[in-house]
Design a protein around this ligand. Structure first.
Ligand SMILES: Nc1nc2c(ncn2[C@@H]2O[C@H](COP(=O)(O)OP(=O)(O)OP(=O)(O)O)[C@@H](O)[C@H]2O)c(=O)[nH]1
Ligand SMILES: [Zn+2]
Length: 228
């Protein structure tokens, strides 16, 4: 039996509930933490530069807060994307094509939500169409929309799979992510060469061992030259 679809995270910029003192009942627990201004973000970077032990006033660091604020816009641009919308356009003229569609080795760049350190790796995404297919770039865009946020790998893997299932309503979805967490390689336990592998199999990929095997053999199989 196919796994029940799970409502996808609509992917909107989240609002953050902050704790407010009991002495201020008007500002209740639903108070929203607004996005800071550019100046506030730059000031926060200056604070971190001082925390690192450096002097934000020295020449080499003068423009750093501005650069970091703009880098954050790139690293966290996924909050601006709606993954459901990315998949809105699909094609039904597929001559009854109902075999597996696999996009493998999608470059994944994310940020660990515990340390704000990069998570770098690749994602493999597959689905079994049910009468319609989606443009392949959209699969990579969904990976990016969830990747370019503060994440843990398990959640990101589930979000990608759940969204594909919800929107495409295929016969099955599979997502495998292999990634290196720089919070483990450059600090803390300092283990290089370790990668984390997560997977989420839904529908036929979960229920039918041969479908799952076919997917695993495709993503583990030989690579071509990689040249387009
Ligand atoms: N399950 C999971 N853990 C993650 C992910 N990214 C980072 N972590 C882990 O989150 C944990 C946070 O542990 P804490 O003990 O709160 O933080 P810490 O003292 O900095 O931990 P160390 O990294 O061991 O120094 C660490 O074990 C990280 O390796 C992820 O995507 N999934
Ligand atoms: Zn981390």
């Amino acid at each position: 039996m196919a796994a029940a679809p799970v409502r996808a995270d609509p992917g909107r910029t989240p609002t953050v509930n902050i704790h407010t003192p009991a002495s201020d009942p008007a500002a209740d627990e639903t108070a929203t933490l607004a996005r800071p201004t550019q100046a506030e973000a730059e000031e926060a970077v200056r604070t971190l530069l001082r925390w690192a032990g450096d002097d934000p006033r020295r020449e080499g660091l003068l423009d750093t807060p501005k650069r970091v604020a703009s880098a954050y816009r790139e690293w966290f641009c996924g909050y601006e994307d709606d993954p459901v919308e990315l998949l809105a356009r699909s094609f039904e003229e597929v001559e009854g094509y109902d075999e597996m569609v696999v996009l493998r080795d999608i470059r994944l760049e994310s940020m660990c939500e515990h340390h704000m350190c990069p998570i770098i790796g690749k994602a493999h995404v597959a689905y079994l169409p049910n009468g319609r297919v989606v443009g392949i770039s959209k699969l990579a865009r969904v990976v990016e929309a969830y990747g370019k946020r503060l994440q843990i790998q398990e959640k990101m893997t589930a979000q990608i799979a759940n969204t594909l299932l919800d929107v495409l309503q295929p016969k099955g979805v599979a997502v495998v992510i292999e990634a290196v967490h720089q919070c483990m390689t450059t600090r803390g336990v300092h283990k290089s060469g370790v990668s984390m592998v997560t997977s989420r199999m839904l529908g036929a990929f979960r229920d039918d061992p041969s479908t799952r095997r076919e997917f695993m053999s495709i993503i583990q199989g030989p690579r071509g030259s990689g040249e387009g």
